[in-house]
Design a protein around this ligand. Structure first.
Ligand code: COA
Length: 138
């Protein structure tokens, strides 16, 4: 399975480009800030895979002392359906598992129903909960 490693400074531009190519960036989320924030503490990280010196896949993983979360699961559009997405999720699960996390909650934008099959193939199930959110900073 493809190896994943923690993001390094020189990967940041390529990771932002990957997220953009994968349609994961949003005007209200500064990806550079998201990367810095995820790298700032011990409870979160961004794992990347590279091939031929190019970043081809990523996943952001973190936990809040209770549950694990995944964000920015991204695979180069030209390299889909060859197991990279699964490898990214498994790498994040291993990273979280090593830190004592035994359950992962996953938020998928409702307009991204296409990836439901992907997560289901990896053993994730839709939970009978709904997500509530409030912005506490401008
Ligand atoms: C979702 C994404 C990460 C999948 O990456 P991938 O490398 O193509 O996925 P894999 O090849 O590892 O597929 C793993 C399994 O999921 C299945 N799968 C992958 N994409 C699927 C899809 N869109 N619909 C249904 N099943 C899918 C595969 O068939 C495979 O099943 P198998 O193990 O039984 O063969 C990739 O399509 C992507 O980057 N999408 C854009 C970003 C995105 O939406 N990320 C998720 C944010 S929540």
């Amino acid at each position: 399975m493809t190896a994943f490693r923690e993001i390094e400074d020189q990967d940041v531009e390529a990771v932002v480009e990957l997220w953009s190519a994968c349609g994961l960036t949003r005007p209200w989320n500064d990806p550079y800030k998201d990367i810095s924030f995820a790298r700032a503490g011990h409870e979160s990280t961004i794992l990347v895979a590279e091939r031929g010196g190019r970043i081809i896949a990523s996943v952001m993983a973190g936990h809040d002392g209770h549950r694990g979360m995944l964000y920015y699961v991204a695979v180069d559009p030209a390299l889909r359906r060859e197991g990279l997405g699964k490898a990214a999720v498994r790498a994040a699960e291993d990273w979280l598992g090593e830190r004592g996390v035994w359950k992962i909650n996953l938020l998928v934008r409702s307009e991204n129903d296409a990836v439901r099959g992907f997560y289901e193939a990896l053993g994730y199930e839709v939970s009978p909960v709904f997500c509530m959110a409030r912005k506490i900073a401008p």
